[in-house]
Design a protein around this ligand. Structure first.
Ligand SMILES: [Zn+2]
Length: 265
């Protein structure tokens, strides 16, 4: 059975011609006196490697991928309302597999009642304190969120990057994974349509991988029979997003020269 896992917005991004030159940063000449800059609706260019066995959602002008700081844990929260009983074990195991592939650790900050939205605030001090909001993982129905779920879509994921206007460097600071309660999957990682495998694919998006056209990779836009783990191409891409590529500095949410780049979910 084929189950589309794709994020519509990412598909649109990947459909762009691969030879398109990277546009200039849209906010580079702006200044802001607000603690957190207004969100920009214009994402950076997609990776030019969408025909390869791996692809990056966002790349800098010189081609290197936008990343998390791999030397700090990715913090996450889970909305267990509507989640299957296997939710936490599957998420924990998926993050363990992501850590094995990237060297990036993950840290569970506990449950939340936050519901995924298309324009999620990356900084929510009242809910999450004086840090970037953790990655949100939640099961929702199509009528519970403004994220555009196709009926057959099992999940949608989007990372959020910020750009320091002073040096133009982008870094991921948070993200969200919305899983469709309307789709009934089994637990674990044994089959391509298991929740664990769906979550692992979405976590690939969270750390910066985009879809590829190779059905043998977990980052193919749909689940492929027998593909239940990151394959060689996925792993090659993940290495470039992880610890091997070196540490980054994550700006604090209160810094004044930030531009928030949201991937539409
Ligand atoms: Zn996907």
């Amino acid at each position: 059975m084929v189950i589309p896992l794709s994020v519509v917005a990412l598909l649109i991004a990947l459909d762009r011609p691969s030879s398109r030159p990277a546009p200039r940063p849209s906010g580079s000449s702006e200044t802001s006196t607000e603690p957190t800059a207004r969100p920009s609706r214009r994402p950076p260019p997609p990776s030019p490697d969408s025909d390869a066995a791996y692809a990056f959602t966002f790349v800098h002008d010189d081609g290197h991928p936008v990343r998390w700081n791999p030397c700090a844990p990715i913090r996450y929260v889970v909305n267990l309302d509507g989640a299957p009983t296997s939710a936490l074990p599957d998420i924990t195991e998926a993050f363990a597999r992501l850590t094995a592939a990237t060297g990036i650790n993950a840290e569970y900050d506990g449950p939340t009642d936050e519901v995924p939205t298309a324009a999620r605030e990356p900084y929510q001090s009242e809910r999450y304190g004086d840090e970037w909001a953790p990655v949100l993982i939640a099961w929702v129905g199509a009528d519970e969120t403004d994220i555009a779920f196709e009926e057959s879509t099992s999940g949608a994921a989007s990372p959020t990057a910020v750009r320091k206007r002073s040096d133009g460097e982008l870094v991921y600071v948070t993200g969200e994974v919305a899983l469709n309660t309307g789709n009934d999957h089994g637990s674990g990682f044994d089959t391509a349509d298991s929740w664990g495998v769906v979550i692992l694919h979405e976590l690939g998006h969270i750390v910066g991988l985009a879809h590829v056209d190779d059905r043998a990779q977990l980052m193919y836009r749909e689940s492929s029979e027998g593909v239940v783990a990151f394959a060689a191409g996925d792993t090659a891409g993940l290495r470039q997003l992880g610890r091997e590529a070196g540490c980054l500095t994550t700006p604090a949410p209160t810094e004044v020269d930030l531009e928030v780049i949201e991937t539409p979910a």
